[in-house]
Write a protein that binds this ligand. Structure first.
Ligand code: PA5
Length: 468
């Protein structure tokens, strides 16, 4: 068996390492494992029946070649790619771009980049959207509008906002500056694509927003930005071989889910911090925050009982947050687990110069590659947490590359399905998000939402309690 380029070290989740009563015991794993096996059998059967298409997205050759064809067709034509979407329709593309492009991407010259600059105004904040519009003239810009439902207010508002300058600047060619990613048949965006003849990619039915990073949601912008999407999918394929493995030691996604669940339900660790030690991976933690929160945070369980369950995921960044959060993490309440994500090799080396040989307490850093410092800090934080009896585990990536990122994202998605089974909730719905969407439509006077509007008006009659 070849060495895996992504490994999960769970040593410090265990009672042996962090102390009895704090870590998960081997007995607890043995006890829960038959339940995990049962869940995996069910998931495997649902995958085979085509009910869970996210498991096999990496096999969708049609989707990949269509994306590559389009990316090839528009290569060199646009200076900017503006992706308009929110939640699952934005976080995956952002995570991929941040992880796999240089962090100074938008500041590089066109010659250095050889692909467009990338902007994702994923909030209807006029100062943010307006600022992006200001630096992206429509003539040089491709707009990728991404919405599965085709109706999300934030996305459609930003789409309508960019359409005005786009049509004004390019009354004939504006359609060529748009590419949609949406449901294959339903929703307003699909309707607009049909009516106007705009190129549109599909998000396969049955793949929800937060599981869509390996569909055209993530792959199209990635390909347009020059990321090797085949390597990304190869990483996902690698992990897909493991997700139904029967042993704890050979199934990192199930092991991850089981440990997080046990730490939460048996040790009170209801907050799950993901802390990469690499700036380029911070948005992976942000993507995971949505995946874990929206999938597991539920009012009802599968039996229809009110349970109000779910862990709270938190994104942090090493070493930056060592000087912000780690005091709390080491000495605060025993209510958290920690997932570190650490690359074994960084893609750059930056060395400290030798400038103060007379001051030993500065000079020890001279000649040092700062990546060595960052990795040492990751280990130091792991040790500090371990000494303080805090459960922590580490994803070790051989390097940050399309295959390891594809593998990590797939693993976390698969883990989320297992965790959904353990918490006994449906990890694929998001009734709480839908409720917020409905209230927004009602507030903005969308037709069909009049009853909701009336309820809101009634609510507004109640006196407010203001402090000033
Ligand atoms: O994961 C999800 O389902 C959500 O976060 C959605 O992605 C988000 O609400 C945006 O929805 P849509 O893609 O329909 O615009």
């Amino acid at each position: 068996m070849s060495e895996s380029r992504l490994k999960l070290d769970v040593t410090r989740m265990m009672a042996d390492a962090i102390g009895k009563g704090y870590g998960v015991s081997s007995g607890e794993i043995e006890q829960i494992w038959p339940r995990v096996m049962n869940l995996l059998q069910g998931l495997e059967a649902r995958r085979k029946s085509g009910e869970l298409p996210f498991y096999t997205l990496h096999e969708n050759e049609d989707m990949v070649s269509r994306i590559e064809e389009y990316a090839e067709k528009v290569r060199g034509r646009f200076k900017n790619l503006v992706l308009i979407g929110i939640g699952g329709s934005a976080l995956g593309p952002i995570a991929l771009a941040d992880a796999l492009l240089p962090l100074n991407w938008n500041h590089l010259s066109d010659e250095e980049r050889k692909a467009p600059r990338f902007f994702v105004p994923d909030n209807p904040d006029p100062e943010y959207l307006g600022a992006v519009m200001e630096v992206c003239p429509p003539e040089d810009t491709l707009y990728n509008i991404v919405t599965k439902s085709g109706g999300t207010a934030e996305t459609m508002a930003a789409y309508l906002a960019v359409m005005t300058p786009l049509k004004e600047a390019l009354p004939e060619e504006w359609r060529e500056h748009l590419v949609f990613t949406t449901d294959p048949s339903k929703g307003n965006l699909r309707k607009i694509a049909r009516n106007e003849g705009i190129t549109a990619f599909s998000i396969p039915s049955g793949v929800g927003g937060r599981f869509s990073v390996m569909t055209s949601v993530g792959l199209l912008p990635a390909a347009l930005l020059g990321i090797n999407i085949r390597d990304l999918l190869a990483g996902a394929a690698e992990q897909s071989e493991k997700v139904f493995n029967r042993e704890f030691e050979t199934n990192p996604s199930a092991a991850y889910a089981a440990l997080q669940y046990l730490a939460h339900t048996q040790r009170g660790a209801r907050m799950h911090v993901m802390m990469p030690y690499a700036n380029s991976l911070y948005r992976v933690a942000d993507w995971f925050r949505q995946l874990w929160a929206e999938s597991l945070g539920k009012r009802m369980n599968l039996q229809g009982e009110v349970v109000n369950t779910g862990p709270t995921p938190i994104a942090a960044l090493g070493a930056t947050d060592q000087h912000s959060q780690v005091q709390l993490y080491v000495e605060g309440p025993h209510d958290k687990t920690f997932t570190f994500v650490v690359p074994r090799n960084f893609r750059r080396k930056v060395h400290c110069g030798k400038h103060h040989s007379d001051i030993e307490s500065v000079d020890y850093l001279a000649g040092l590659d700062v990546g060595v410092l960052l990795r040492a800090e990751a280990e130091a934080t792991q040790r500090a947490l371990t000494a303080a009896h805090r459960p922590n585990m580490t994803f070790v990536l051989e390097e940050i590359a399309p295959d390891t990122i594809g593998e990590l994202l797939y693993l976390l998605e698969a883990a989320t399905l297992v965790a959904g089974g353990l918490y006994e909730v449906n990890p694929l719905d998001q009734p709480g998000v839908e409720a917020g969407k409905v209230a927004t439509y009602a507030l903005l006077g969308r037709s069909g939402y009049e009853d909701h509007r009336a309820e809101i008006e009634k609510e507004r009659q109640r006196p407010s309690k203001i402090v000033q």
